[in-house]
Design a protein around this ligand. Sequence first.
Ligand code: SF4
Length: 289
Amino acid sequence: MSYFNPPAVTKYTVLNLGAGVQSSAIALMAAKGEVGPMPDFAVFADTQAEPASVYKWLDWLETQLPFPVIRVTKGSLTEETLKVRTKQKSIYSDSPLTYLRTNIPVYGLTPSGEVKAALGRSCTADFKVAPILKEIRKRCGIKHGQKEVTVTQWLGISYDEMQRMKLPSNAWTQHRWPLIEKRMTRTHCKDWMARNGYPEPPRSACYYCPFHDNDEWRRLKTEDPEHFQKAVEFDKTYRRLQNDNAGGLRIEVYLHKSCKPLDEVDFTDKHKDQMSFDFQSECEGMCGL
Ligand code: SF4
C-alpha cells in the first residue's frame, strides 16, 4: 500500500473535520464541487476544550454544507486530565498511590532541572481518533474484523505538512488528502477562502494545548483574554494536583516549554522559550484532525 496509490472507490466518503483552516477549506471546496465525491458526512470530535470561536465557526460552517456534520465527544478532556486516579499496587509503595494521567502533551521539569517534552499525550488518540472511528463504524455498518475497504476518510493535511500523512491502521478504511493532491498549502487554503468570499476560520485547538507556540499564546492573551485566563488556571491546577498526587512521577508539569507558570511567561520574545514544533499550533496541525 502506498500513500499515492489511486484510492479505491468506496461506498462511503467521510471528512475528518477539525474545524480549522485546512479541513474547513476542504468542506467548502466539496460544497462547491471542487473536490469530490461529495462526502456522506463529516465528523467533528469535540474535546469540549475548544475556544468559543471554534464552536461558533462550526455552527456557521454547518449552514454552508450540503452534507451533515456529526459532532462526537468522549467527554471533557479538561476533566479527564485533572482527574485524580488511584493505583492499588505499585513498585513504589504497598499503599495505594494517587496520580494524574499525562494525557495532554505537557512539559515536565525534573528535580535536576531537566525539561522533558510532550510527556504522555493520548489526547489525540482518545479524544479525536477513537470517537471518530467509532462513529464511522456505526454509521457505515463496519463489522468486527472487516477487511473490505468500505470508507474513504479525507484528512485536512496541507501540502506544507505532508510529512504528517499516515496510512490507516484499519483495513476497512483508506485515507485521502485532497489538499496534498491539489498541492495546496495552509496559505493557499486561506487565499481560496478569501477569494470565495468566506471568512477566515479561527484556530482549532484546545485553548490550553501545550503545542501552542509563543505567537499563539500571545494571540490568545490579547484576543481571547477569557480563555487565556482559563489556561492560566488550568496550568496552575494541573501542576498543583500533579504535585499532590505524584504517583511516583517526580516532575512538575507545565503548559509552556520554559517550565514557568503561564502568567509569568514573556511571549513577546519570538526566539526565547519558543517551541521547536513548526506546525501551525492547532490540533488540526498537530493531531491532523
Ligand atoms: S489541541 Fe492539543 S491538547 Fe487538544 S487534543 Fe489536540 S494535541 Fe491534545
